[in-house]
Structure formats: C-alpha cells, structure tokens
Design a protein around this ligand. Structure first.
Ligand code: CUA
Ligand code: CA
Length: 647
C-alpha cells in the first residue's frame, strides 16, 4: 500500500513527510483489520481516476480569498452551519466561513448551562420515567438536516438523530431550541435521517412534511427474547414533520445507513452496507456488492391507507413489507434494491435533482444512480433496477460522503487517503459509458486527517452556491497543541469556488461532530425575545409572586428583572415537593438570568420573556442562597434570594 500516496497525490499539493507516515500507518492499520476490498485499488486504477487532473495552471488560491475565514471584529458571518455534536448529544451552531461556534443546542443529553434536563419543560421534551427522572441521559447525534420549501431551506425546523436510543429531535430554528423528541418503536441504531422536500402526490405541498429515519441494526421484531440472527430485521421509518408522530415503517432486508430524498418528493433512499445481514463485521463484508435501497413514498402510503400493513408488539405504527421477496414486481413494489459495491457509506442527492451518489467505503468507487431510471423501473419501463446506475467510477480509497458545488462537480471525502476528491459527475458518466478520455477527477486536496462528513454551502439544496466546503476530520493528531490523550477533532474550511480547492483554516472542535449543513444566513429569522403567552405557566406580573401550599406540594412563583428576583426570600418545609416557576420579565435581547439553589441540584436559565420551572424536594433545614448564575447586570452578584427551609 505504500504506493498509494504517490498514486493519489498527483496534484502537487504538498504533504509533510510526517503526514505521509501517519496516513500510511492509519491506512495499513485499517486495511490489516478489514482485509479491505479496496486494497487492490492502486493496481487496478482506471485511467480516469489515475490521470493527474491536468495541472490546472492556476496557482492555488487564484480564486480564493485566503483571509475569508478571518472576519474583522464585529463582522458577521455570511452562513449558518448546523453541526451534530455526536455523543455530547447536542446540535452546534457555527458561523461560517469563520468557523466560530455560536451556540450549542442541547437535545438528548442534560446541559448545565441552560438547565436542559433540569427544568420541567425540558424534561417533558426529553421524556421521563414514572418517578420523574430522565428516561435517558446519554445520546449520540450523527446527522442534522433542515426543512425545505421549493428545494431550499425554509428556516422552520432542523432534525437530528440519537443513534443510541433511536430518538429523533426537532429544533425550532426561530428560537434555536429543541421542541420535540420522538422515540422510534422497534428499531435500534437509528442513524441516517433526511426530510422530504415536497409531497410525492400533492403539488401544493412543496415543503417538508415527512422525515425519514433509517435503522442501522437489525433485531428480532418484536424484540423479545433472542432468536436466530438470520431472522433479525431492521426498518425504515417515516416521521411526521409537524406532529413528530411516526407515520409508518417499512421492514426491509439488510440495514439502513445514511438517507437521502429526491427533490420531487417521490423517492427516499438509504445505503446498505449489511445486505448480508451479518452479525459480525466479517460477515457484513462478505458480499462484493451491497445496495442502495429506494422507497416509493406514494406507494407505501397507499399501502398503509389500504390497510396492507401489520403492527409490531405494543406499537400502533403501521408497518409495511419492503423485503426483496415481497417486492419483485416493479408495478407494485414499494422498494427497489439497486446494487452498489461493497459496504457503501453516504448517499447524497445532487442539486441538479437528477442523481443520488453512493460512496463506496470499502470500494474505491462512487456510484451514480439516476433517479428518473429508478422511477422508470417502478413504472415497469426498465428491465433491471441496476440499469439505473449511470456511473460507477474509481475516485480513491475509503470514499464516505459527497457534497456539491452546483456546477456539476461532486466532492467526496476519502477516509483512507485523507483527501477530498473533486470529480465531475457528467464526465464520470461519460467515462463509465466508455469514453476513456473523459477526465472526471478534477482535483484532490489533502486534509488533516481522515475525513468523514463533508458539506458545501447550500450543497443540499437546488441553490448550491459552491463557495465553501467544510470537512469533518476525525483525527487532528499534530494540528493543535497537545492536551492529553483526547484530541480535538479538526473541522477544516475549504474554498471551493475555483477550479482547485484551497484549504483556508483548521478549527479544533470538541468531539465529536459528524454531519452538518451550511446555509445562507438570510434563510433564518431568529427571534431573540420569547413571547410571554407561549408559556401557560408564565408569571406575568411580579405581584403574582408568592408561595402556595397544597399539602406537601408547594408552588413558588417568581419573576426576574435585573438586578432582582421578585421574592426576597421564600419559605418551605423539609421534605416538601417544591415547584418553582420563574418568568424573566426583562424584554431586552441578551438579558438572560440564571437561577441556582445550593445543594438541590438546581440551575437553569430564563431568557427574555421566558418561563421555566423546576421541581425538587426541599432538603435539610437551613438558609440557601439562590443566586443568578448568568451575568446580567452590574449588580449581577447582588441578584439573589433566600430559600429558607424550615424543619
Ligand atoms: Cu440576573 Cu445575573
Ligand atoms: Ca456488506
């Protein structure tokens, strides 16, 4: 494998000897562990891929503003980025091109800054057990995508997955908060997620109404007892974008990994790396080809309407049969399995609305699937579903995810090569059809190191603008000051506006983001002050403040206005179940207060005009200084009240 650096570094981008050594180590380690199908890549590289992209002549940086990421003090970014936080369980909001982190939106995991998982309101969204404690305190977010209208983001919602507990969270993009979480029934390893872009039938519904969710692991259905692994099944789920109820599920052969949707609303798809339905990794890579599984959304919903479904266990969600056996006749099929090489990873929709692209992962290829042909198959006009494959071309080692520039080029991360490869989709199709002079590889850029997800500005919309690429590098190694064993990850920003890609900046990020989207800031209209009426329990006037008792249950109502809480002290008794409701009556933006109670595990914030409440058991008799934890005023330190607990 020592030749692969030479073979792939054909563009003259400098790589430090150190970097090469590290990459070799990672590659050989990965390949030794995986007996990788791609190992022979260097030997059998096709002309198109091996050809050095005609050294474009343009000096690197010719189109790029090398200072683009360095904004002047006070200057605003031109793009929002929504990043999944990985197993910190949050969504992160970045400004781009600067890469500055602006906010973390807690979803699945408690957060001490805002009191997520501490306030009653957030606990209700997260889900609780009978005793009122959180049902789950861990999460693992991977993918985030936002709602569409007419093929572009409409700024309503974003969604994010929790792989550990099969939950999907919705983020309101007006307040940048998580407002709903749904747990998918009867699935494990919920991984890929993608909203639809319009209704497959009703042309008036030109916006997102469904979110598709793929489950990566197969289990017994229902999951009670241990049965023969060959009987395990995984499912593809559809969640209603507004109600967040699960509309339907499809039981399938193989598994789901990433997800994609077509711009016409008719097709959703998931790539499958485990068509073998193996339980161990060597079983999961025994087949030379796996699949990209397509779902005919309209037909599935007709089947549900017609009652052709079952339910599983205690779930009432209709489940239709999407297995190969049940879907042989194209005219009635709900699903179609397009074959793609060994253990594919991401599936991404091109902004010209024509193709889904699957990256090979264990195959050094990208597969271009033509959506019109998939629809032809469902209409009985295409003999074999694999006839929908428009191209299958070599691009490099360990291809994972693909972004687009809106000018016909795709940008795919190569995990093992530690590169981004830019390739032209139509030229790849020409090459695949036999034009061996078609030079589809346009450029390669070394990234540091081992890239996973990639996305371009507006890349997942018809308005892909080809300005910036972000690459989530899973290893940072020597790029930042060492801080002990746990390394930051390296999110890199690339200028993609020219013929050649230009690396602009490294950004250390706390582990461990996966996917992200980047869109123009004009598409969002964030609100900075809440509406009092949005909270049924709001304390709208300081005069409503006070303590009311109902047996052992005590309600404390309070307001905050810098630099004071409306109650100077309040009395409760040891063992009382205290519900404290706090409304922030300050109306000015950025005037957030906090509320902490010593020894009672209480701390949360209230943003302007927000109401939040906590419920806790009053502890040992004594005086507890409750204080404002969020800097609000010159008298912030003086902003306190006393909880007096009596025996
Ligand atoms: Cu109120 Cu600090
Ligand atoms: Ca496989």
């Amino acid at each position: 494998m020592n030749d692969e650096d030479k073979n792939h570094n054909t563009t003259g981008h400098s790589t430090t000897p150190q970097g090469l050594a590290r990459r070799r180590f990672i590659n050989s380690a990965a390949i030794a562990g995986l007996t990788l199908g791609a190992a022979a890549c260097a030997d059998k590289k096709a002309d198109g891929a091996a050809a050095a992209p005609a050294a474009s002549g343009a000096a690197p940086g010719a189109h790029a503003d090398a200072n683009a990421t360095h904004l002047k003090p006070g200057q605003l970014d031109s793009y929002y980025g929504l990043w999944s936080g990985g197993h910190t369980g949050d969504m992160r909001v970045l400004g781009l091109p600067s890469g500055r982190e602006l906010l973390r939106i807690p979803c699945f995991v408690p957060d001490a800054l805002v009191g997520w998982g501490i306030t009653n309101e957030s606990k209700k969204i997260m889900g609780t057990k009978a005793d009122g404690s959180l049902r789950y305190t861990v999460g693992d977010t991977h993918h985030t995508h936002a709602s569409y209208k007419d093929g572009n983001y409409d700024g309503r919602y974003a969604w994010i997955n929790d792989k550990i507990n099969s939950r999907i969270a919705r983020i309101r993009l007006d307040y940048f908060i998580c407002d709903k979480i749904t747990q998918l029934p009867n699935v494990q390893g919920f991984h890929g997620i993608f909203p639809d872009k319009r209704d497959p039938v009703d042309p008036k519904i030109n916006y997102t109404t469904r979110v598709f969710c793929g489950a990566e692991f197969a289990t017994p259905l229902p999951n009670a007892g241990v049965e023969d692994g060959s009987k395990y099944r995984s499912m593809f789920s559809c969640v209603d974008a507004e109600t967040m109820e699960v509309r339907w599920q499809v039981v399938i052969d193989g598994n789901c990994d990433l997800a994609a949707t077509s711009y016409d609303g008719k097709l959703a798809a998931t790539n499958q790396y485990n068509t073998e339905m193996g339980a161990h990794y060597e079983d999961m890579m025994s087949a030379e080809r796996d699949a990209c599984l397509f779902f005919n959304v309209a037909r599935i919903e007709e089947a549900v309407k017609a009652g052709r479904f079952k339910t599983i266990g205690g779930s009432k969600v209709p489940v239709v049969d999407g297995t190969r056996e049940a879907n042989k006749d194209p005219k009635t099929a709900l699903t179609a399995y397009v074959s793609v090489p060994k253990n594919p990873h991401g599936v991404n929709a091109s902004p010209d609305q024509k193709y889904f692209i699957c990256a090979g992962k264990l195959s050094p290829t990208a597969t271009v699937i033509e959506l019109a042909k998939v629809l032809d198959w469902f209409d009985g006009k295409l003999d074999k579903i694999d006839g929908a494959i428009a191209a299958e071309v070599e691009i490099g080692l360990g291809p994972l995810h693909t972004a687009f520039d809106g000018r016909g080029n795709a940008y795919t991360t190569l995990f093992l090569d530690s590169q981004v490869v830019k390739w032209n989709v139509e030229k790849a199709i020409a090459f695949h059809k036999g034009d061996k002079t078609a030079k589809y590889v346009v450029d390669r850029l070394d990234v540091q190191y081992q890239p996973g997800h990639i996305n371009g500005s507006q890349s997942e919309t018809i308005a892909a603008d080809g300005k910036y690429l972000a690459v989530g590098c899973k290893f940072s190694k020597d790029r930042f000051l060492p801080v002990g064993p746990l390394h930051a990850e390296n999110e890199q920003i690339i200028d993609m506006s020219g013929e050649k890609m230009v690396l602009l900046a490294d950004h250390p990020v706390r582990g461990e983001p996966h996917d992200f989207i980047i869109f123009k800031r004009e598409l969002l209209k964030p609100k900075q002050v809440y509406a009092l009426d949005d909270f049924p329990n709001a304390v709208k006037d300081p005069k409503e403040s006070g303590v009311t008792r109902n047996g052992k249950k005590v309600t404390v109502k309070m307001t905050s206005q810098a630099p004071a809480f409306s109650l100077r002290e309040f009395k409760v008794k040891k063992g009382d179940e205290v519900t404290l409701i706090l409304t922030n009556l300050d109306k000015i933006q950025d005037l957030t207060h906090g509320f902490a109670i010593p020894n009672h595990n209480v701390n949360f914030i209230v943003n302007p005009q927000e109401t939040a409440s906590v419920t806790f058991i009053a502890g040992e008799p004594g005086v507890y200084w409750c204080y404002c934890t969020h800097f609000c005023h010159a008298l912030h330190l003086e902003m306190r009240t006393r909880m007096i607990v009596e025996a």
